[in-house]
Each structure stands twice: as C-alpha cells, then as structure tokens.
Design a protein around this ligand. Structure first.
Ligand SMILES: [Zn+2]
Length: 320
C-alpha cells in the first residue's frame, strides 16, 4: 500500500482504506438488507434493481457526527451535485444521477456504498430492515397519491399485482375506498383482501372508459393501451411502473387515445425517501406479505434468479 493512501479515523484511531472514506457531505454505508422484485425489461440487470438499507460506517467533512452508526434507507440513485437541477435546488431531478452500486456485476453485494447524507433517510426503531427496504417504492407511491388528488374520485384503478402495485393499492385505498387492484396472478392480487382493498383479475373487468384515475404499475407491454381502455374522457393515467431506459413499449393507438380524449398522463419518477419511511413508521403499509423468498449472504445471484421468477413477488437478501 503506497504511503499516503491510508487515513486515520479520528474517533477510533484505526486506519481507513480509501474505499471506506467518505467525501464532503458523503457517508459510507454498509448494506444490511437488499430487496429485489421484477420490473420491466428483458435483461436481468434492468429487470431487477436492488433496493437497500444499511448502517452508516463513516462520514465525510461537513456531516454531523450523529449520522455515524445510524440505520438508513438508501435511494436508487444519488444526485451529482453539479448539474443545473442540483444547483437549482431540485436534486430529485438531477440530470446525471449516479446509480448506487449495491450489487456488483459479479452478483456480489457491495460491502460499502458511498452516498450523500442528504439523499438518505434515517429508519426509526419501529421500521425494521425488512420493511425499510420498501421505503423507496413507498415514497414513489406516496408522491403519486399526492399528485393525483385521489380524495373524492369515484373510480380509481391500480393496474398490476407486483410489489409496487400492491403497495400502491394499500396506500391509495387509505385515501380513497374505491381503489381497486387489477392483476393476473390471483395468489398475489388476492393479498388485497387482508388490507380491505378491492381486487379482480384483469380479464374479468369491462373496458368501459369510466375510471377517473388509472395508476399503471404493471409494466406490461400492453399496459398503456389497457389504461386508456379503462379511463374516462378527461381522466388521468399515472405511469408509476418501474421504468427502464430499455423499455420502449408505447403503442401508437394508446398515444392517439391520450391525444383525442385529452387524458392527463402523469409520470412519477421518484419521491422523498423520508415520506416513504414516515408512511412505513405510521403503520399504514404492510410489507411482510410481499416477501415470498429470502436469502442470506453476499452472493446475490440466486436472489436475482428468484426475483426474475414469476412465482415470486419480492425477494430479500439478509447481509447482516
Ligand atoms: Zn445533478
């Protein structure tokens, strides 16, 4: 090791290697739990994007000491801190976000992840790691629910029985009892029963163009066309599904319907991680039922395979 590449931790006196050092405003986090569920995209790398929680091991300059040792939820991407959006005070819309590499190319869980503390959310005691890994997805759903003003709308449909769709159905039904979840896998959409949420098989419902709001979570190739067949004139479609740059599924007929019937289509890219944690801490979102398989250890290859399997809804990896 060349001289000068090691530094000393002021509180412990131990030498810190470069990959465990945090830069200004940054933290180094040791992941303790991973969540995986299948999103759109044919390739493994794009279809399964791990979400993670962990413990802050070291902090950089300008970070309050109280952050050290805290259990935190991590976002999928960190803002760059240098683009027009970041400098303009809207880092959530960073133009060059950096994906947090919680899993390596070789399917190994990272031992250390670098992220700005401003992008992290502390997990309170009542939100354990198993629930905390859902904070990113719950945050998106909470954000979407706020943007859609669901209260008082007679007909609201959530499309999709994946982990995201089931979280959306839970959160949105608390704001509007008419929310129903449509899916293709009875063993998953029937979980709605325990939360008091209406549910049906997608093929059993009429396409009557009568829904005020359709929240698309499924990511299926035909989902936008299905959403336009369900939504009323001047209705809203929210594209909440997990998005991937490789996903090009817009059917031209659906686009035409959006134009002709003046539908509002709302894209929902992210949310405030802290809002996701608060929703979990409030006890209004139940996540244990969404976990259908769990693994132990840093080699996450098997977990990715399970997450890609249609038999599984959400897969956890215990790293602690
Ligand atoms: Zn940026």
């Amino acid at each position: 090791m060349p001289k000068g590449s090691m530094s000393v931790d002021a509180s412990t006196g131990a030498e810190v290697p470069p990959d465990r050092r945090a830069g200004r405003g940054m933290a180094v986090i040791r992941p303790t739990r991973l969540l995986m569920w299948r999103g759109p995209g044919a390739r493994e790398a794009s279809a399964v994007v791990p979400r993670a929680v962990g413990v802050i091991e070291s902090i950089g300059e300008g970070v309050e000491r109280c952050w050290r040792g805290r259990r935190v939820a991590m976002p999928l991407c960190a803002p760059c801190a240098g683009c027009a959006s970041c400098c303009g005070g809207i880092p959530d819309h960073c133009l060059s976000p950096r994906r947090l590499d919680v899993v390596s190319e070789g399917a190994r869980a990272a031992e250390a992840v670098h992220a700005p503390v401003s992008a992290l959310a502390v997990l309170p005691a009542q939100v354990d790691d198993d629930a905390g890994v859902f904070a990113w997805d719950v945050a998106r759903v909470v954000h979407a629910a706020a943007r859609l003003h669901l209260e008082g709308k007679p007909y609201v449909t959530v499309l999709g029985d994946n982990a995201l769709g089931l979280l959306a159905a839970q959160v949105m039904s608390a704001r509007n009892a008419s929310v129903r979840c449509l899916g293709r896998r009875a063993r998953f959409y029937s979980l709605c029963e325990k939360w008091g949420v209406k549910h049906r098989h997608l093929d059993e419902v009429g396409r009557r163009q009568d829904q005020d709001v359709v929240v698309e979570c499924s990511g299926e190739a035909t989902s936008l066309a299905t959403a336009t067949a369900l939504v009323r004139v001047l209705g809203k479609i929210a594209l909440l599904r997990a998005w991937s740059p490789e996903d090009a599924t817009s059917a031209s007929g659906a686009i035409e319907a959006i134009i002709r019937r003046e539908l509002a289509v709302i894209g929902v890219s992210g949310g405030r991680l802290a809002d996701g944690v608060a929703a979990l801490a409030g006890g209004g979102v139940e996540t244990a039922s969404l976990v259908t398989r769990r693994f132990r250890g840093a080699d996450v290859r098997q977990a990715i395979r399970a997450a890609l399997d249609d038999e599984h809804l959400a897969v956890l990896v215990d790293l602690a």
